[in-house]
Design a protein around this ligand. Structure first.
Ligand code: ZN
Length: 342
């Protein structure tokens, strides 16, 4: 990345009201068939323009192409029965209705490649594309076939690798795997979750990232955060293994959280997407607040490896609020850029 402190977002951005109900997570599409395809493409044009105007350097689809960051991917796979919905507890925290794995899983065709191609045609800026991580996928379905989380995650890792290679081939610059489950099932992440992630990125030449967060700003998550104590130690336990992995970039939650900045010392050498925007508040950060978070991170991260980012996705926020937060991110990054270059 040529620019110093390139800004990006962790994932989702609010959808336009004509595509899906706003301020609601996982809200169903308002369009269908050909209209939905065209509607998603228009949403991609809009989100790209909004990111560009806010000064975001590494753009994304803002997840305009998916209803849910995990199940939309799962729904395209063979071996999954979409009609057989089961209610399971996700991340040990909240109930969700999810599809059932009924046989060997495979990917009969690419899932996001056409959407990614469309976005690629619209811009020369670097694009980051997010895929669900294998462990988080396993935690977002009911498995009636493998009966082994580890085995199923390994199969998903192989499928994700196929998808990632196609995304790389059409010119996606960074492929990010979302693994919020790592922060909850830390022992399993260290035992086999990170190995599955390594399988998912095998042979990729483009940059790879893993996003590990404390979730969207929904009630179940904010309640959970209250139980995590004065200092959140999850990253402390995960980062040593991630530091040794082949993943290039670690995306984590910082601003407004109880994550101690010194955990960044444990992933020295990696590029770090530092969450400098809280997605769980309706208050827009000031540029100076963003700058303070970035300065704190700079104590542990070399400037050329620091990527200012949001803590998580912003799909549940109002569109205007999300745009204001992106502007604040860019303005805060600009303050620190000037300091570094002075
Ligand atoms: Zn997240």
């Amino acid at each position: 990345m040529k620019i110093l402190l390139p800004t990006s977002t962790a994932g989702s951005l609010p959808k336009p009201s004509w595509l899906a109900e706003t301020k609601k997570l996982w809200s169903p599409w308002k369009l269908a068939g050909e209209e939905l395809i065209k509607g998603k493409q228009d949403a991609l044009r809009v989100t790209l323009q909004e990111q560009r105007q806010a000064g975001i350097d590494i753009v994304s689809d803002g997840e305009q192409t998916r209803q849910h960051f995990v199940t939309t991917f799962i729904e395209h796979l063979d071996g999954v029965d979409l009609e057989q919905r089961k209610t399971v507890k996700i991340r040990n925290r909240y109930d969700a209705s999810v599809p059932t794995v009924v046989g060997a899983v495979s990917r009969p065709h690419s899932v996001f490649v056409e959407d990614a191609k469309f976005l690629r045609k619209q811009t020369d800026q670097p694009i980051k594309w997010a895929l669900p991580g294998p462990m988080t996928m396993v935690d977002t379905l009911y498995d009636a076939h493998y009966k082994s989380k580890q085995e199923l995650a390994w199969e998903f890792a192989k499928i994700l690798n196929q998808e990632a290679k196609e995304l790389e081939a059409i010119g996606i610059d960074i492929i990010q795997f979302d693994e919020p489950a790592f922060n909850v099932f830390i022992d399993e992440a260290n035992d086999w979750g990170i190995d599955c992630l390594e399988r998912a990125i095998e042979g990729l030449q483009c940059e790879t990232a893993v996003h590990v967060c404390y979730g969207y700003g929904i009630k179940a998550n904010t309640e959970w955060k209250k139980t995590l104590g004065a200092e959140w130690r999850q990253y402390d336990l995960l980062f040593p293994r991630l530091q040794q992995s082949n993943i290039d970039i670690i995306s984590l939650e910082c601003h407004g959280s109880r994550v101690p900045f010194k955990v960044l010392d444990r992933v020295r050498g990696k590029k770090i997407m530092v969450g400098a925007i809280d997605v769980a508040t309706n208050t827009v950060e000031t540029p100076e607040e963003v700058a303070t978070t970035l300065r704190n991170a700079l104590k542990y991260v070399d400037a050329d490896k620091l990527y200012p980012c949001t803590n998580c996705g912003m799909a549940p926020l109002s569109r205007d609020l999300a745009i204001e937060k992106l502007r604040a991110l860019n303005a805060g990054a600009e303050i620190v850029r000037r300091e570094l270059l002075a």
